[in-house]
Design a protein around this ligand. Structure first.
Ligand SMILES: [Zn+2]
Length: 246
């Protein structure tokens, strides 16, 4: 068996990111004619990445340093509660997509009771009445809490209301290390994301190509857990400019 060298892997990751960036630029300038006055620029993607990955202090644990947070090594995902079969299938598909983009393995455990606690994302589907009791009407319908050390994630806990299972991709992004949300700048903002808030124009319910770029970027070899925000931003800016003409 031939093993890829570190530099070959780095080149491959960078090439894939380049293709993603160019695809984003092409699609958005295509959409420009319909209703958007702006084409995508590398700066738009940098702002997006900064906002969702590096700028927000996550609640309720707040006061986190602004640094790169992500998993290292294989991650076990457990699913418990009232999850319909189609939700389980959709989760398995999302995990295989995330594994491809991140280069880390995220896999659903067949037996949650015997899954390891370390490097684990636990997902629980609860009756909507539980969320109403906890957060009230108009409050949270899905939540994610993550736990780690010096930027390296070790555990995450996702709770999803059975009435809002369309939260899945949004909460998975939080679990991957994206603590922030995407607010966009106005309704013509070309960058759309599952991390935009519900009921805002930038919100989508399935990973967008911008989310794919953000995940590939967060897990790129030029970034590492605990890397301070300013250093990470400089690395991402260099990466985007080096791999694309946008
Ligand atoms: Zn959120």
């Amino acid at each position: 068996m031939v093993r890829a060298t570190a530099s070959a892997r780095r080149t491959a990751a960078t090439a894939i990111l380049a293709v993603s960036l160019l695809a984003a630029a092409t699609v958005v300038s295509g959409a420009t004619m319909a209703n958007s006055p702006r084409a995508i620029r590398a700066d738009d993607l940098l702002t997006f990445f900064d906002q969702i990955a590096l700028s927000q202090q996550a609640r309720p644990f707040g006061r986190r340093p602004k640094w790169v947070r992500r998993w290292m090594g294989p991650v076990t995902v457990t699913l418990t509660g009232k999850a319909p079969a189609r939700f389980r299938r959709r989760l398995a598909h999302a995990l295989s997509t995330i594994s491809r983009w991140s280069g880390e393995r995220f896999a659903l455990a067949a037996d949650p009771a015997n899954a390891p606690w370390r490097n684990r994302i636990s997902i629980r589907i609860v009756d909507h009445a539980v969320m109403l009791r906890r957060y009230g009407r108009g409050g949270n319908v899905c939540t994610t809490a993550t736990f780690g050390r010096r930027g390296q994630l070790r555990r995450a806990r996702i709770v999803i209301s059975d009435r809002y299972t369309d939260c899945l991709d949004h909460e998975l992004m939080h679990a991957l290390g994206f603590d922030g949300h995407w607010y966009g700048r106005d309704r013509f903002d070309p960058v759309h994301s599952v991390l935009a808030l519900r009921y805002t124009p930038a919100r989508r319910f399935r990973f967008t190509r911008f989310d794919a770029i953000a995940i590939r970027t967060l897990y790129h070899e030029r970034l590492w857990p605990g890397m301070p925000r300013r250093r990470a931003l400089a690395a991402v800016a260099r990466l985007y400019r080096a791999v694309s003409g946008i």
